[in-house]
Design a protein around this ligand. Structure first.
Ligand SMILES: Cc1cc2nc3c(=O)[nH]c(=O)nc-3n(C[C@H](O)[C@H](O)[C@H](O)COP(=O)(O)O)c2cc1C
Length: 362
């Protein structure tokens, strides 16, 4: 019988096996001595602990950030923090050992500080503050990107959180360029830095830009020059060449990858490889035959954690991103599109060789 939960919690064997598999190939692991860091973006409804686990097994990622945890006027229970960040039970790291930072979203400095203090006691690898969420409900309550219209409030929130958590607990922030326009981008970044954030991720678009390309990487450069803390560039990095152009335009060495990494799980590795070798390979570095077992492992975790009616949808959601980079993902998506029964999905995965016997054994 498959002990799915055990599979999730006790992944050390699998991890050793995966590392052995990947380290045996010169394509995937190589010495990396540059200081440039690559982070996995927070993505609510998509990049949860399951996908963080899978994507960090591939390698190349220095740190993850959880989906936002919404703070209103109540003190959240430990259970609600654990729901979003089960990695807290694993020393704040994914099973592959990559540190995870927890992200809070809210507009009230006092409540944010109280929740941050409780969260800090659970041992995340830092607390990140969301100043970019474009959701109407969140913005109506003054949170997320709406705060970019009020630098003083940004400063109050960051300062309050910084004061509330132990001095050795990093506090960082993630912002967009603005709400309706980017006129106050540098002012907002300075307010965040002055509040005591140790690092700032900038998603190079305003709330009004939503997710429409392009990302205005050159505006990140203005921010970088205007603050004295490390700035991380984010937005529209889908390929190694995008990463190179983003670094050039933003002046940032550190990058955060979101949809690009979900579409191409080897993207962080490929970017590192290109830094070392100077090439800009346009094809994914992970062959589809290596993506299949990742999909199999993903499926087992999904089955262990989610209700039956959500399971097939989660796999299709991931395939929907991957078909941007892999023709095989398009074929898989077409084959699974009308399937809702998890048993049938599992059968299909088995036929593809994605559910390896060693993954199934507990
Ligand atoms: C489905 C989805 C969910 C997201 N959730 C969050 C979130 O919880 N917190 C956050 O700061 N940003 C969130 N973002 C924004 C991403 O972190 C990132 O800034 C954005 O996708 C641009 O980067 P990319 O082009 O590499 O995807 C989300 C984006 C998407 C598409």
């Amino acid at each position: 019988m498959v002990h799915y939960l055990q599979f999730f919690l006790n992944t050390s064997l699998l991890r050793q096996r995966d590392n052995a598999a990947y380290s045996s190939s010169t394509i995937y692991f190589f010495p990396f001595c540059m200081s440039a860091r690559i982070y996995l973006a927070p993505m609510e409804g998509l990049l949860d602990c399951v996908l963080r686990d899978i994507l960090t097994r591939v390698g190349g990622v220095d740190r993850c950030v959880t989906e936002f945890i919404r703070v209103t006027h109540t003190l959240l229970s430990e259970r609600s923090f654990l729901r979003t960040m089960p990695e807290l039970l694993n020393g704040g790291r994914t099973p592959a050992g990559v540190p995870v930072r927890a992200q809070l979203l809210g507009s009230d400095p006092v409540s944010m500080a109280e929740n941050a203090a409780r969260l800090a006691a659970l041992g995340p690898h830092g607390i990140d503050l969301n100043f970019g969420c474009p959701a109407k409900l969140v913005n109506r309550h003054g949170g997320g990107a709406a705060l970019l219209q009020n630098p003083e409030q940004l400063n109050r929130i960051v300062s309050a959180v910084r004061r509330a958590v132990p001095a050795d607990m990093p506090v960082s922030a993630k912002m967009r360029l603005g709400f309706n326009d980017d006129l106050r981008a540098v002012e907002c970044a300075q307010a965040i830095a002055d509040g005591g954030a140790e690092e700032l991720v900038v998603h190079a678009r305003t709330k009004a830009d939503a997710y429409r390309p392009p990302a205005y990487w050159e505006r990140i450069n203005d921010i970088r020059l205007g603050v004295g803390i490390p700035v991380v560039a984010n937005g529209e990095i889908w390929t190694v060449d995008d990463a190179r152009r983003c670094r050039q335009a933003s002046g940032c060495e550190h990058l955060m990858l979101g949809r690009g990494m979900v579409s191409d799980p080897g993207l962080a590795l490929a970017i590192r490889q290109s830094q070392r070798q100077g090439d800009a390979n346009t094809d994914p570095v992970l062959p589809w035959s290596d993506v299949l077992p990742l999909m199999g492992a993903f499926w087992l975790l999904v089955v262990a954690r989610l209700e039956k009616r959500q399971q097939a949808g989660r796999l299709k959601q991931w395939l929907n991103f991957m078909r941007r980079r892999y023709p095989q993902a398009q074929a898989a998506y077409d084959a699974l599109r009308t399937l809702h029964d998890p048993e049938l999905v599992a059968q299909w995965l088995q036929q593809q060789g994605a559910l390896r016997q060693d993954l199934l054994q507990s």
